[in-house]
Ligand binder design. Structure first.
Ligand SMILES: Cc1cc2nc3c(=O)[nH]c(=O)nc-3n(C[C@H](O)[C@H](O)[C@H](O)COP(=O)(O)OP(=O)(O)OC[C@H]3O[C@@H](n4cnc5c(N)ncnc54)[C@H](O)[C@@H]3O)c2cc1C
Length: 639
């Protein structure tokens, strides 16, 4: 890609949807306005500008210095107030109403300008053609089987995961001569080069792509890496050698749980150290860190190569991550909506507030236009109030005997309050210590330890994808680049939504970045990069998108200035729930109480949900923890 990127090529952080009005990265006008429609916003989304200022002032202890007046009581009284309108908060409302009945009055408050939390929908209009993308939660997928509770919700929403085989065309890209590629970038590997990936990761999207002698040949002849490292990479993938002879499987797993995968590759499997940069970002999508901070046992469980000769059996050893224990049953429970699990959030909202999401089927929810004005109507028993940051949750009286909880929140710059008989905190756990003084230091510390994993999901709309086809790739692993992966949207058509099928049509490309600080313990990596991520401008993302796509797809004549139609950067500084790691969390390996169990204890009339409560970053955890929180309040399991 020789053409220099010019200033005027940039979209400048403003939405550019061909044939659609220009809008900013967040909505300044009221939820009740007919023009209020956050899914079509482009620019910086996810944790969008303006959404986190109040939360950060609580963290910095400046909020209450600037808000010395009593919150203005709106006069509203609820049975339940839920803090957080992600899948957990919405599920909590669903369960509570199921038990308490339709007359239950429930208010859901969320910081963001859209509901769904991480389950975020991005919509684009390209010359009248609607394209959808997932700005967060990608699919119904979980290494562990969904619980009966979570499955019952999915079934009640009308989702049949076996329909995946009918709605998703896994043959489209291969039929066009496209497959997974790997991009070596100049800064990391000494030269820019796109090659077919000689051994792409097995994934749920396309199954096991197998291996090809031609691809290995091209890899050995052309990949800009030392010859020994290339031989070692093929040996790691295909060799069947026991690198830990004389140890039982249990002894091997115990050792693997205590060393990084990077160390395993070089010190145990004897690979050239140059292989590390090739594998470094392979586990990013699952663990949010690279192979310097993922244990070798997790790498084995997760299917990374190098263990074929070790005869480790199938049983995971102690200290393996949830993510590494993929059961056959769980593997089959997989479904991708064109907007990811935002469709689950929308189906939950439809259950709670049918008028807000027109239609009545799983197919029609895909294209239904949500009516945001219907979310927060005084006539409704259930209300969802967006752009509302909760600043305090406090019992009115003694925690153990009080009959009411006051929830104070900022909306439109105004500090106001509502009262409720009960409250569920379905927000991020690190936020909770700033909302209440009614918990012990032990619980506070446990909540604060749930360091979320920063992650960025970017959707780039292309006017066509002929460059991808010419380059022969539909997905690219880019171990040294700014974005570690990019992928053409999955070919899923549902109801009136028809995915692009010919390279001349516009399409959404998904780019993923998991910012890390290799060398530090996992939690410290997340903390170290979070602040940087908040400070990274849209222009920086855009520059990197243009640069990386231009270089990676140069063999397909990709021209960012000509081919890119719109960009939405979904920035999640507080992304995946932190999952325990045998390298850094001794209790995970050796036993002992897990912080998430201490963190999620109810106090008085307040219960705690969110995926953080399970230390498990999946949709089913958000649903299960919502159920448990409702149970904590209503004692369903106690009858
Ligand atoms: C990029 C990404 C991709 C993912 N992909 C998958 C996937 O493919 N499959 C899968 O199963 N899981 C996936 N996950 C995990 C899954 O999305 C989560 O486990 C689940 O959606 C979490 O739901 P939640 O309601 O617990 O939390 P969240 O979705 O984070 O919702 C919490 C809400 O609380 C709000 N909040 C926080 N503080 C306050 C406050 N003080 N006042 C008001 N509101 C507040 C936040 O704005 C947020 O909307 C992914 C996560 C991310 C980040």
């Amino acid at each position: 890609m020789d053409r220099p990127i010019k200033r005027r090529d940039f979209l400048n952080g403003v939405a550019v949807a061909i044939g659609a009005p220009l809008l900013g990265g967040h909505l300044a006008f009221a939820q009740q306005s007919p023009s209020y429609y956050p899914p079509t916003l482009t620019g910086m989304r996810g944790t969008h500008p303006g959404s986190y200022d109040t939360a950060h002032s609580l963290r910095d202890h400046t909020f209450w210095k600037n808000h010395t007046d009593k919150p203005a009581d709106t006069g509203e009284r609820y049975d339940l107030v839920i803090v957080g309108g992600g899948i957990s908060g919405l599920s909590a409302a669903y369960f509570y109403r199921k038990i308490a009945g339709d007359s239950a009055r429930i208010l859901i408050l969320d910081i963001l300008d859209d509901f769904g939390g991480h389950a975020k929908r991005n919509e684009f209009d390209v010359n009248g053609r609607k394209l959808l993308g997932y700005g967060g939660t990608y699919a119904i997928e979980s290494p562990s089987p969904y619980s009966p509770i979570a499955k019952s919700v999915i079934a009640d929403l009308g989702i049949d995961v076996t329909a995946d085989a009918r709605v998703r065309d896994t043959k489209l890209y291969p039929s066009l001569g496209m497959g997974p590629g790997v991009f070596f970038d100049k800064a990391t590997f000494g030269a820019d080069l796109l090659l077919p990936d000689p051994k792409p990761e097995k994934d749920a999207d396309f199954g096991d792509p197998g291996t090809s002698e031609t691809h290995w040949k091209a890899f050995h002849e052309q990949a800009p890496m030392p010859a020994q490292a290339k031989l070692d990479i093929q040996r790691i993938y295909e060799g069947v050698k026991d690198y830990m002879p004389g140890l039982s499987p249990a002894e091997k797993k115990a050792r693997l749980a205590r060393m990084t995968y990077a160390k395993y590759l070089t010190d145990i499997a004897g690979a050239d150290p140059a292989v590390i940069k090739y594998f470094q970002t392979r586990p990013h999508a699952y663990f949010g860190v690279g192979i310097d901070a993922v244990s070798a046992q997790d790498a084995w469980g997760f299917g990374l190569p190098g263990f074929r000769g070790l005869d480790l059996g199938t049983e995971p050893g102690p200290g393996i991550s949830h993510d590494s224990v993929q059961s056959d049953e769980a593997e089959k429970y997989w479904f991708h909506f064109p907007d990811g699990n935002a469709s689950i959030a929308r189906l939950l909202v439809r259950k709670l507030l049918p008028a807000a999401i027109p239609g009545n089927s799983v197919e029609d929810v895909v294209t239904a236009r949500a009516d945001y004005a219907r979310l927060d109507e005084s006539s409704s028993n259930i209300r969802i109030r967006l752009n509302s940051t909760v600043a305090r949750v406090q019992h009115l009286g003694d925690v153990d005997t009080a009959k009411e909880v006051e929830v104070a929140y900022i909306k439109d710059g105004k500090l106001q309050s509502v009262r409720a008989s009960r409250c569920i905190l379905a927000c991020w756990h690190t936020m909770i210590p700033y909302l209440t003084n009614e918990i012990s230091d032990r619980q506070r510390k446990a909540l604060a330890s749930a360091a979320k994993v920063p992650i960025v999901y970017t959707n780039v709309v292309l006017k066509n994808w002929t460059a991808f086809q010419k380059a022969g790739v539909n997905s690219v692993y880019a171990p040294g680049s700014y974005f570690e992966a990019m992928q053409l949207d999955l070919a899923v058509s549902m109801g009136d939504y028809k995915c692009p099928r010919t390279p001349e049509e516009p399409i959404v490309v998904h780019l993923m970045k998991t910012p890390c600080h290799p060398g530090l313990p996992a939690r410290d990596q997340h903390l170290a990069v979070r602040r940087d991520l908040y400070g990274t401008t849209f222009e920086t993302f855009e520059r990197n998108i243009r640069d990386q796509m231009g270089r990676a797809l140069s063999s397909g004549d990709f021209d960012p200035a000509r081919d890119i139609a719109a960009i939405t950067v979904n920035r999640w500084p507080h992304g995946y729930a932190y999952e325990y790691n045998s390298l850094f969390d001794p209790f995970w390996l050796e036993g002992g109480e897990q912080p998430c169990v201490i963190a999620r204890q109810p106090f008085g009339r307040v219960a705690i949900a969110n995926a953080d409560a399970a230390a498990y970053s999946y949709t089913d955890a958000a649903i299960d923890e919502a159920y448990r929180a409702v149970d904590d309040l209503l004692g369903i399991s106690r009858g």
